[in-house]
Write a protein that binds this ligand. Sequence first.
Ligand SMILES: Cc1cc2nc3c(=O)[nH]c(=O)nc-3n(C[C@H](O)[C@H](O)[C@H](O)COP(=O)(O)OP(=O)(O)OC[C@H]3O[C@@H](n4cnc5c(N)ncnc54)[C@H](O)[C@@H]3O)c2cc1C
Length: 413
Amino acid sequence: MYDVIVVGARCAGSPTAMLLARMGHRVLVLDRASFPSDTLSTHFMHQSGLARLRKWGLLDRLEASGCPPVTEAVWYYGDLPIRGCPPPVQGVGPAYAPRRIVLDKILVDAAREAGAEIREGFTVRDLIVEDGVVVGVRGRSHGGAEEELRARAVVGADGKRSLVARLMDAPVYNDRPARTVAYYTYWTGLDRGYEVYFGDEQQVAVMPTHDDAHLIVCALPHAEKDRFKADIEGTYHRIIKDTAPGLATEMSESGRQTERFMGTADLPFYYRRPYGAGWALAGDAGYHKDPVTGQGITDAFRDAEVLSEALHKVLEGTGDWDEEMAAYEARRNEESQWLYEFTHQAASLGFSDRMRKAFRVLAYDRAEADSFLGIVAGSTSVLDFFGPEHMAELERRAEDPEDEARVAAAAER
Ligand SMILES: Cc1cc2nc3c(=O)[nH]c(=O)nc-3n(C[C@H](O)[C@H](O)[C@H](O)COP(=O)(O)OP(=O)(O)OC[C@H]3O[C@@H](n4cnc5c(N)ncnc54)[C@H](O)[C@@H]3O)c2cc1C
């Protein structure tokens, strides 16, 4: 009998298990994958997620893995570069874009070192429910016989298509349809930092990662998903040529594609109630949004920390299950709601006139650019930045006759 069984061993599952094991609980993690292994995901990690890695003692492992630090971001709105560096989060300055094959292995190893038992290649097929309470799982290792494994609580950290959420019929709320389709692959031979290009209803992002490679991802509105899928390579190169012609030239002159294309249009927005009797959800299983703002890994880390603390209180007898889980859900929703809205807006791949004006100011005012980039990094409040007073100030400055000259100078830099 385990204290907790965690289904899924990636960004949400392994940290949940690691933290619970460090608090002295008996934890079993089950994943049908084996590690190291890749998964369908680009992998930009913002400072707020990295701050949690550091708190857990794992940031140095990531730094030692050979992933280049990202010390500056350049977001191009048309020809206008918004260049900056978000304010640090709890002392963490650079961002990173580690390959998931590397990051997820660091997380799995850390859970195992903390004392969690990890069974790779094990698929959970069902939950054991007694008197309406989840008390374990049924499943099997590849080629093995079905097993029943019991625990005081089962955590579904099993991703967007969560079996735990599906079997427990976890209520869905504030859900909205997907807005984009995205495909990515890896390139060597490029001399680039972290860059994002916003075109006319299309977007390109470039992230430096391990092995001197760059991940380049292209996104279109969701309505274009069939067209993109019908000619992934052609559409991908057309988007880059339209949106980032300098990058397209560099790719054709010195770049080499090193991997096949990966991508998806299955990028819905939803919240699920993340608990019921004996079960809880963490990461994408409980909350999902478009990856355009790169929040998924960071959010999974937050869930792992908050959920493991709540479970610890219940397991040691100092907390009531319903109260602790309700507090977990409330904190998740409160901390994510404004970035959820911002992400939904960003995934439209378009901008309001107000935002277009604001970008003009961000192009020449480095402090404002840093603050804007801090929204996704976790160091700037969405509400403060987009508050009526601040937006009115940016609009006023964008209409200042001297703005034209400042913007022109910034575009040339
Ligand atoms: C195209 C794309 C780009 C993205 N880009 C970024 C980005 O740049 N930055 C960012 O922060 N986030 C990004 N994300 C989001 C990020 O990938 C997710 O938010 C993150 O992986 C969530 O982690 P998780 O642990 O909740 O789920 P997952 O990573 O999906 O892990 C779930 C695990 O559960 C296991 N599992 C599932 N069902 C079972 C079962 N029945 N039995 C056993 N095991 C099971 C799976 O094998 C898997 O290993 C992107 C996502 C996509 C699709």
